[in-house]
Structures are given as C-alpha cells and as structure tokens.
Design a protein around this ligand. Structure first.
Ligand SMILES: NS(=O)(=O)c1cccc(F)c1
Ligand SMILES: [Zn+2]
Length: 260
C-alpha cells in the first residue's frame, strides 16, 4: 500500500524523500500564466475519439476515484494536437479540495478551481502496455479539465451516483458504457507542456493538455466526492479531500497555447 499521501507527514512536501524526481525539471502541476504562453499556430486541434467506450468500472484506489477503460485496439483515444502518436484512454480520475475555493492541481494566473479531472492516455503506437509507457518520456498524454461550481452537470451524476458504492479504499463497482466525451468543455482550446504524473512515482512521462474552459458542476455534486474515504473499511475514517499537489517550478519550460 502507499507510504505517501496528502497529510501533514506524508504529503507533497515530503514525497521527494521516497521519490527524488519530485525535485526534477519537468514536474507537474504548474501555474499557467496565459500572457506568458507561446501561441503556437502550428498546433492543430486535438482529435478526441471516444466512440467505442467500454468503461469497465469505478474504483477508490486510496488517493482518488477512477473510472477504468478496457484496453482494446479500437478503444477510445486522442491524437493530433501536440501529439505525434495516438494515445489510448486508460482511466480518468479527479482531484478536489475540502472546500469549493480550491482543489485543482494546475492553476491559471494563481487561480485555483474546485476540482480537476484527469483523462489518462498512453502511447499505444509506441509501447505495448500502459506499464511500459508510464515511465517513458513520451509515454502518456493527460487531458486536464477544470471543474467550477455552478449549474448541475447533466452527465456527471452517473459518476456521483456511483460514489456511494466506492466509499472505502480498495472498493470498486460496475460502471458500464460511460463516454467521458460529455465531461469535456465546449471549447477544446488548450495549453500544453511537458510534465509529470502529479502523484508518486511522479514519472516525467506526461504531455499535459489542459483545457482553458472549465466545466460547471453543482455544489451538491462536489459534496458527494467529499464523502469518499482515503481509509479502508474497519479503519479510522479519513475523508478523501485535498488530494491535489500544489504547482511545481516551471524550470524554464514553455507552455504552448492552441487555437481552435
Ligand atoms: N494525476 S495524474 O498525473 O493524472 C496520474 C498520476 C498517477 C498515475 C497516472 F496514470 C496519472
Ligand atoms: Zn490526476
């Protein structure tokens, strides 16, 4: 089981002890400063093709709640944009705070959002398995979507309705045919930069594609995430919240902005 977490003693500021790459040169998340991004007009629109979406289930892995996808050839995936290869959807998960004013991992001009959705894809054109890709410099592509509180999200209820079934670490439940395309914002304008996993092992293997436009979710929907637990059944209850890593040093990286 994990020896890292988001608490006082095992949180992000101490991850470097077990994972020295935490102080590396392409760590994530970062604070995005739109006025300092490079407007790269050669960046084509990202193609998101989630038609054949065999979601397998939803699970509480002790640091977030994730919806996994079957690993099939014709599986859902993304290509073009900043990517040179086709990347296959593996899972998506969320990060959130104790209150609505914080919870996202990336920030925009220092602004934090209520939550951040990560859709994790791996380079199935170059690697045989996710496990192999997760440590390769061009192995992963993660879509970041900001969530802010407002109107209820009409499709997110399929996820939030399932959360009560995965309250405890290690629990999982069925969640069939969930197409995550409905969780993307209207505009696919994005920022992109080279970064890392935002949790241990913090591999520097991620092409980040963060959408500018947030999606809206209701306060009630957010409250359902905050009843999840970091802890296992029979353990002392520890609410799953503040499972976000703060922004890391840019170390000279450039952030590109797309046009749609
Ligand atoms: N939070 S994240 O960078 O998307 C991430 C962390 C760990 C594993 C993974 F596949 C994705
Ligand atoms: Zn994440």
């Amino acid at each position: 089981s994990h020896c890292w977490g988001y608490g006082e003693d095992d949180g992000p500021s101490s991850w470097h002890k077990g994972y020295p790459i935490a102080q590396g040169n392409r760590q994530s998340p970062i604070n995005i400063v739109p006025s300092e991004t490079v407007h790269d007009s050669s960046l084509s629109p990202l193609i998101v093709s989630y038609e054949h979406c065999t979601s397998i289930g939803i699970s509480n892995n002790g640091c977030s709640v994730a919806v996994e996808y079957a690993d099939t050839e014709q599986g859902p995936g993304i290509y073009r944009g900043p990517l040179s290869d086709a990347y296959r959807l593996k899972q998506f998960h969320f990060h959130w705070g104790h209150k609505d004013w914080h919870g996202s991992e990336h920030t925009v001009d220092g602004k934090t959002y209520t939550s951040e959705l990560h859709l994790v894809h791996w380079n199935a054109s170059k690697y045989q398995t996710f496990r192999e890709a997760v440590a390769a410099p061009d192995g992963l592509a993660v879509l970041g979507v900001f969530l802010e509180t407002g109107e209820e999200h009409q499709s997110l209820h399929k996820i939030t309705d399932a959360l009560s079934m995965v309250k405890f670490k290690g629990s999982n439940a069925d969640l069939k045919d969930f197409n995550p395309k409905c969780l993307l914002p209207k505009s696919l304008n994005y920022w992109t930069y080279s970064g890392s996993l935002t949790t241990p092992p913090l591999h520097e293997s991620v092409t980040w594609i963060v959408f500018e436009e947030p999606i809206e979710v209701s306060k009630k929907q957010m409250e359902k995430f905050r009843m999840l637990l970091f802890s296992e059944e029979e353990e002392d209850e520890k609410l799953m919240e503040n499972n976000f890593r703060p922004p890391q040093p840019l170390k000279g990286r450039k952030v590109c902005a797309s046009y749609n």
